[in-house]
Design a protein. Structure first.
Length: 397
């Protein structure tokens, strides 16, 4: 259904190939996770399959078409056979849920009566019946992603490509989205999903293709996410706080060191710190770190980096299962335990645990405010911490 033969892609100003001699064959009806560090080439792979980019070398076949021979006027026909879902939903803000989905059919010239029957069906399938008249800003992040999936799937394309579709969502909502994508896959649709979500990849046990600096370094049936340390070295910089089997959980005081003055990045960093210090499991904390990294990235900042971690206190806990344990024996971790109201109040010793948002990078990704997650408890905590900090600063000043 999708075949890359020795495909390389060098962007005009790229220092190195974004993809380098990549060969991947995705059969009809498969579900494939594309994993790899930021910049490893996942989105480039998806864009090439969509003919948004053209390869520098190599051949790409999608839905029976040789993309190198596809003339420009046939590209819309190719794209009709591919549904695309993005991390930031990309809904039309002034259109209702119904209109957003109907629009995808209108632009390909579907008759009005067909649209009238198809749209309600697909909205019911994604669990949004009753919300047809809402606009995107009146929906939660998960609901917005469901609309985006409905829009991508309403034409029943044989292929669905998803670029970090759960990147802006909390774990429970992400799980619902994954169930939906799995259902779509069971209808026979081939799904290729780029993701950093290790919990989901480990849970679902689908084929995993791992990219590293533009090379395929792993192609594994029923695979797992892989070594986080290798794929995401920034979170690996954080020593594992309670390694499995050691039987000890460490409680940490949290100090956040934002260097940018950017409130949103600061909030994201602080949420990471607060969540990471909450007494959850190792897997939960790693999930919290990852989500906070994503949130920091969504604000246009580099991911949160854990710099140091030392124990401030210890309490016994039972040993944890390893993250890579088979899905059958490891339920998807729950949302991390609610962080303490102010992490800094939980232990008396200062700053053994420190986070920083090192360098802002000029917004390479525009931030769509409508794509942001609705506020969570953790956000309230962040706001409270920031308010307290402002009060303290006022007192000291
Ligand atoms: N339009 C572009 N022009 C120049 N270089 C680009 C362009 N798009 C991507 N790149 C570069 O190509 C490489 C691969 O980028 P790509 O977006 O495919 O990675 P990714 O694995 O999807 O990353 P992420 O997980 O952060 O989304 C990176 O080095 C990136 O900087």
């Amino acid at each position: 259904m999708i075949r890359f033969e020795n495909v390389s892609k060098v962007y005009a100003r790229g220092a190195r190939p974004a993809l380098d001699t990549v060969s991947v064959d995705v059969a009809r009806g498969e579900f494939v996770f594309l994993v790899g560090a930021s910049g490893s080439g996942k989105s480039t792979f998806l864009r090439l399959a969509l003919r948004e980019e053209r390869p520098t070398r190599g051949k790409i076949y999608v839905a029976g078409r040789d993309l190198s021979r596809l003339s420009g006027w046939k590209v819309p026909s190719l794209r009709r056979s591919i549904g695309m879902v993005f991390q930031d939903f990309r809904l039309l803000p002034n259109k209702t849920v119904y209109e957003n989905v109907a629009f995808a059919l209108e632009v390909i010239g579907k008759p009005r009566h067909a649209i009238k029957t198809t749209v309600p069906e697909v909205l019911e399938m994604v669990g949004l019946d009753g919300k047809e008249k809402r606009r995107p800003h009146e929906l939660s992040g998960g609901e917005q992603q469901r609309v985006a999936i409905a829009r991508a799937f309403v034409n029943r394309p044989p292929i669905l490509l998803a670029d970090e579709p759960t990147g802006n969502l909390d774990p429970t909502t992400s799980l619902g989205i994954m169930r939906l994508l799995e259902r779509i896959n069971r209808t026979g649709t081939t799904v290729v999903m780029a993701t950093h979500d290790d919990e989901i990849v480990n849970e679902m046990r689908k084929r995993v293709v791992e990219l590293s600096a533009g090379h395929v370094v792993r192609d594994e049936a029923a695979g797992v996410y892989g070594e986080r340390e290798r794929i995401l070295p920034d979170t690996a910089a954080s020593p594992v706080l309670d390694a499995p089997g050691q039987g000890e959980r460490q409680v940490h005081r949290v100090e956040v060191t934002p260097e940018t003055g950017d409130l949103e990045a600061e909030a994201a960093a602080e949420a990471a710190a607060a969540r990471a210090s909450a007494t959850g499991s190792r897997v939960q904390r790693q999930g919290a770190l990852r989500r906070a990294d994503r949130r920091a990235a969504a604000t246009g900042m580099t991911p949160v980096v854990a710099r140091t971690a030392e124990p401030a206190a210890a309490e016994p806990v039972p040993a944890e299962p390893a993250a890579a344990e088979p899905a059958a024996t490891r339920p998807l971790p729950a949302e991390p335990a609610a962080p303490a109201p102010a992490a800094t109040e939980r232990t008396p010793e200062p700053a053994p645990f420190s986070y920083t948002v090192p360098v802002p990078y000029a917004a390479t990704r525009p931030v769509d405010p409508s794509a942001r997650r609705p506020p969570s408890d953790a956000d309230d905590v962040v706001q409270q911490v920031l308010r307290e900090r402002a009060v303290r600063a006022g007192q000291e000043g």
